[in-house]
Design a binder for this molecule. Structure first.
Ligand code: FES
Ligand code: FES
Length: 192
């Protein structure tokens, strides 16, 4: 019979991109370190390691979170999606394709976090969530238009040291337009 982990450790199961990974982790291990150091999922990047840059953004139960501020033990049993889990086989996620087509990056270090964040931004907007840039937050006003200003505000937790922001906004707008089947008007505005 396997011996019980020491009291400073716990046996957990991280479900990442649909795969279950049983692990014994030190209680101080962040989700970011567990992903990178224990599961070899190095797509998720460590930038500041203190919740300020967004490079480590992943989705937990469909919502974005900075994995450097999450303890791995707190992610036990939750559904985690990293940048490695967004594509469908060889077919890139529409957000990934838009970043590629529109040069939404330069060095690429912030890109996995930007992309995970953008995937969630598009879902949050589609669900009608307002942002700090939304003028009219009354329920009867309906969902705000995903303007470049809205995208910039919603993506403001993700810093890009190369300042590829113009293309990032354009890429998010295009992917959002594809999701709704509508025109990517924000993309045109962002490109203007
Ligand atoms: S590494 Fe997590 S926010 Fe910067
Ligand atoms: S592409 Fe270099 S930090 Fe964003």
């Amino acid at each position: 019979m396997a011996s019980a982990p020491p009291s400073t450790h716990s046996a957990i199961t991280l479900t990442v991109n649909g795969e279950k990974h049983p692990l014994t982790v030190d209680h101080r291990t962040t989700l970011l370190d567990a992903l990178r150091e224990r599961l070899d999922l190095t797509g998720t990047k460590k930038g500041c390691d203190q919740g300020q840059c967004g490079a480590c953004t992943v989705l937990i139960d469909g919502r974005r979170a900075v994995s450097c501020l999450q303890l791995a033990v707190a992610a036990d049993g939750r559904e985690i999606t990293t940048v490695e889990g967004l594509a469908d086989g060889d077919r890139l996620h529409p957000v990934q394709q838009a970043f590629l087509d529109l040069d939404g990056y330069q060095c690429g270090y912030c890109t996995p976090g930007q992309i995970c964040s953008a995937v969630a931004v598009i879902e949050e907007h589609a669900a009608g969530w307002p942002s700090a840039a939304t003028d009219d937050v009354r329920p009867e006003a309906g969902p705000p238009e995903l303007t470049p200003e809205e995208i910039r505000e919603r993506m403001s937790g993700n810093l890009c040291r190369c300042a590829a922001y113009v293309s990032i906004v354009e890429a998010v707008a295009r992917a959002a337009g594809e999701r709704t089947g509508g025109a990517a008007d924000g993309a045109e505005e962002a490109a203007a």
